[in-house]
Write a protein that binds this ligand. Structure first.
Ligand SMILES: CNc1nc2cc3c(=O)[nH]c(N)nc3c(CCc3ccccc3)c2[nH]1
Length: 379
């Protein structure tokens, strides 16, 4: 294909770089996303344990929804008839949806992958469902997400090289079909390609090159955060990010801990998603400037101190550890709610610090100081 024909409009503006780290702005039909960005995951049209108002107040510009969950319940056509995801949920900002293939492989029963599509039985009512690249794009268009993902096949690691190559090449063919199905989307809506290739450098190279030749609004690095050690994940980012267009956003799917994010930003990644802030919050674990704190631990029972008295987030600055400990031990819903907002607020605080440091050319100092603070542990 002639590169000129495949180049899509670019809605990403690079504002500054510091080494391989970048800060920029991604303009979507529902608003601007500041990068590097952490995108909270609202799987089934809700941010577990939080009001949308708190997600916005914590500093999130964009949230994620899941095609797999929403197409099964309440249904893509129903959400479309109700005005799309933004109107349906009341989150009036940018939204990104995954294509569904990843969730099928991790959640559905009796799933089968063929050239044409993934077929599976709904984990909700056992209904037989077919998810092709064309149907995935149709669902994401019905949901009205600002950024859609191509349909791909992600292989869990460790895996045989032949299986990684098979899935990578299938994903490239599905990338073509996803882009063709997306072509009717109104201007401003975006489609990202997803790099596969497991932990095999030359397969990562081939995948990145193939996607760039097809041409997308942005590029995700997929097939990671699937059980591999952090060193392998970082090595694959080193193999992939430099082979993606500098002027387009790069999204590392499913990542990660604050440490993962700092390392990936250092290597040129712009967008992240992870369920850990809300999931760990529901399990009583708080993310703070000084590392993680497990509020289930009895040592907090009499501790009147808040998690971080210098935090801009009220609950982080005001709630006594003893109270959080009590709520978690008592199984009070408020415990999960407070820790979810505290964790989302910390992740957004971290991202704001990263964006400011890159803009001021001080990312290396920020990187060092942040890691020292984490290492101090829970004072
Ligand atoms: C936790 N680790 C993790 N690794 C992933 C790899 C892939 C991958 O290779 N392909 C696709 N399509 N998705 C992936 C996801 C899901 C990310 C997501 C969840 C919810 C909403 C929107 C997006 C991943 N998640």
């Amino acid at each position: 294909m002639n590169p000129a024909d495949t180049a899509l409009p670019n809605h990403f503006e690079l504002l500054a770089t510091d080494g391989a780290a970048r800060t920029g702005r991604l303009t979507t039909p529902h608003g601007v996303v500041r990068t590097p960005a952490f995108m909270p995951v609202g799987t089934a049209g809700a941010m577990k344990g939080m009001h949308w108002r708190e997600v916005r107040d914590a500093g999130a510009d964009i949230v994620l929804g899941n095609t797999y969950h929403l197409m099964l319940r309440p249904g893509a056509e129903r959400i479309h008839a109700l005005g799309g995801l933004q109107r349906f949920t009341g989150w009036n900002g940018p939204m990104l949806t995954d294509s569904g293939g990843f969730q099928v492989m991790s959640l559905a029963d009796l799933r089968k992958v063929s050239e044409h599509a993934v077929t599976f039985r709904s984990h909700i009512d056992g209904a037989k469902v077919e998810l092709s690249p064309e149907r995935s794009i149709e669902v994401q268009r019905f949901l009205g997400s600002d950024i859609a993902m191509q349909m791909d096949e992600c292989v869990r690691l460790p895996a045989e090289r032949d299986d990684i190559e098979r899935a990578m090449r299938l994903s490239l063919r599905w990338a073509e079909r996803s882009k063709r199905a997306f072509e009717s989307a109104p201007d401003g809506y975006m489609l990202f390609g997803i790099v596969q290739g497991g932990d095999v450098p030359e397969l990562r190279h081939a995948s990145a090159q193939g996607l760039v030749e097809i041409g997308f609004h942005g590029y995700a690095i997929g097939g990671l955060a699937v059980g591999e050690p952090q060193a392998v994940m970082l090595a694959m980012i080193d193999e992939t990010a430099p082979r993606l267009p500098t002027d387009r956003p790069r999204y590392l799917m499913g990542v990660g801990t604050p440490d993962d994010i700092l390392e990936a930003v250092k290597r040129g990644v712009d967008m992240f998603d992870c369920v850990m802030p809300t999931r760990n919050g529901r399990h009583g674990v708080a993310f703070t400037r000084f590392g993680q704190v497990n509020l289930r631990n009895a040592r907090h029972a009499d501790d009147p101190r808040p998690l971080d008295e210098e935090s801009a987030w009220p609950s982080t600055r005001n709630c006594a550890r003893a109270y959080l400990h009590h709520l978690v031990k008592a199984g009070e819903t408020l415990g999960a709610m407070l820790l979810s907002e505290i964790n989302i607020a910390y992740y957004q605080f971290l991202m704001q610090g990263i964006r400011d440091a890159i803009a001021h050319g001080t990312f290396d100092e920020f990187y060092q100081r942040t890691r020292e603070d984490w290492a101090r542990g829970d004072i």
